[in-house]
Structures are given as C-alpha cells and as structure tokens.
Write a protein that binds this ligand. Structure first.
Ligand code: BEZ
Ligand code: FE
Length: 286
C-alpha cells in the first residue's frame, strides 16, 4: 500500500507520469505537477477555492468556440503568452509579441508597394519596413504577413461591415529587404469583455481592457526563425497599460511627416506630405 501524505503525494504523482514515452512531454507534465502542487501548498488552497477555480475554468471552456478561444485570452491576460514570446526571443534581434486571435492564414498576396487603404475610414499612413539579419544585412527573400484593425477598432473577421480580408496582406520585400504598405493608422481597442477572463479576473482587478494601437506582422525568410510580432504607435495613450503585456521598447515606432509627392499622388492624398512609420525587423538564424 502506498501511504499518500503531504510528504509523498507530489513525488508520487510526478512519478506516475514517468512512463510518458516522449522525454519533453514527460518533463512538461512532471514539472507542471510539481509547480501546481507547490502553488497549492504555498497558498494553502482550500476546497472552496479549488472548486471556484474549476467553475471558472468551466466558464472559460463554455464560452470558447471555433472562433473564440477564451483560453488564449486567459493566457494573454495572465501574461503567459507574452512570457512565452519573450522566452523564444533572441536578444540580438527583434523581439516577438502576442499573436492574438485575429490571424487567419491565407491572406491575399499583394505586390510591393501594397495599398490596403481601400474604402477604409481613418488616417492614411505609410509603413516602411526593412527586414535584415542580426548584423543589419538585408534579407531580400523575406515575406511579411500583415494584419491590423479598422478605424472602428475591429478586425474584419468580427465586423460584417468590412470586406473580406480588409486591412491584411502578405508580400515579399524587395531586393533591398524593404517593403512599403499604405494603410490607415491602427487604433487602440479593447480585448473581449463579455467572458470570464475579463468579468471574473481582469475587471475586478481594476485593470484596463485596452490594447494600444498596433500592426501585427509575421516575418519569415529562408534560413531564419519566423518572427511573430507587433509594431506599436509611440503616441498611443495605452502603451503603458497593454491588457496583454505585448509592448516592448524595440517594437514602438513613430510617425514622421515625410515629403513624398510621388507616394501622395499614387495614394490620392492631398498635399505632398504623408505620415511614415519606418521600422527594421531583425531575424535570428535557424
Ligand atoms: C490582438 O492583438 O488583436 C489581441 C491580442 C490578445 C487578445 C485580444 C486581441
Ligand atoms: Fe491586434
């Protein structure tokens, strides 16, 4: 008979997973057991609290669907998504940041320079990106998958008033590693506030639901690690209180009013100046 007591139960449970054939999965599960048990010991978890936590997780599952993952949102607001991004980031290159729920594969391929403005309301801006390696050497073969929200704060997937694929594209950078996207200035928006992550956890803590304005990019190049990240707007009021902890100094860009009559004519903008945000994306080798 195994006598399960406070002194033996944690090791016994961890050991019960020793038969998992995959070494990494074994490590993940055994460490999780130990961390969970340590947490329960540290806070002296009561039955009432344990049941409340299970009820909360039930609610997280109940509101989740194919198009809504409250578990992802929970990971985001607990900062776990951001921590995993940081753990995967190479300090010599551009850091990663939250993927979020609004990336869907299959964005239309556009040629460079791309124009996403269409019939969108919002301030016209130009984004100029340069993709390079950690030494600043341009990566001509790189691709960018880009998406952002519209002037009303919503992504096209959750807003029937927007056309399919609004404000998203994929493109290849030029021989100089550079690309240009004409678009609208992204605006801040709130994370979903109708589920338990917000209602039971984040709102009671008095936290903000706002994410600062950002553009999402996934940057890939052969021989380099694919980077999932975001580019923020230096003038955004929510930079210091991102609900999902995605802001990093290296990811904040600033618009400069640049005289570019050719771009203004091409984009039908009045005058000769346009707000341009230029940023460099450095990729780590595989
Ligand atoms: C977003 O960036 O779109 C996002 C990220 C986390 C939660 C909700 C939205
Ligand atoms: Fe987003």
């Amino acid at each position: 008979m195994k006598d399960m007591g406070l002194a033996t139960v944690t090791e016994a449970v961890a050991q019960s997973f020793a038969g998992l054939p995959d070494a990494r999965q074994r490590e993940l599960v055994q460490c999780l057991v130990k961390a969970l048990h340590q947490y329960a010991r540290d806070v002296q978890l009561t039955h009432t609290e344990w049941r409340a936590a299970l009820t909360f997780l039930h609610k997280v599952g109940d509101i989740s669907s194919d198009s809504r993952s409250e578990f992802s949102l929970l990971s985001d607001v607990l900062g776990l998504s951001s921590l995993v991004d940081l753990l995967a980031s190479d300090p010599a290159v551009t850091p990663g940041s939250v993927l979020g729920p609004f990336h869907t594969p299959g964005s239309p391929w556009l040629s460079n320079p791309a124009d996403l403005t269409g019939a969108n309301a919002g301030q016209r801006v130009l984004l100029r990106a340069r993709v390079c390696d950690s030494a600043g050497q341009a990566l001509p073969g790189a691709s960018i998958d880009f998406w952002q929200n519209a002037a009303n704060g919503l992504y096209w997937q959750v807003d029937l008033s927007q056309p399919t694929d609004n404000l998203r594209c994929q493109l290849k950078v030029g021989a100089d590693g550079c690309c240009e996207i004409a678009t609208i200035r992204a605006v801040p928006y709130e994370i979903p506030t109708d589920g338990p992550a917000w209602l039971d956890l984040v709102e009671p803590a008095g936290r903000s639901a706002w994410r600062p304005a950002h553009f999402h990019v996934i940057v890939s190049a052969s021989g380099y690690r694919t980077l999932v990240t975001e580019i923020f707007d230096a003038e955004d009021p929510y930079l210091d209180s991102d609900a999902v902890f995605g802001v990093r100094e290296a990811l904040v860009g600033r618009y400069q009013n640049v005289a570019d009559p050719e771009a203004c004519a091409r984009l039908g903008l009045p005058g000769e100046k346009v707000p341009v945000m230029s940023f460099e994306i450095r990729l780590a080798p595989l």
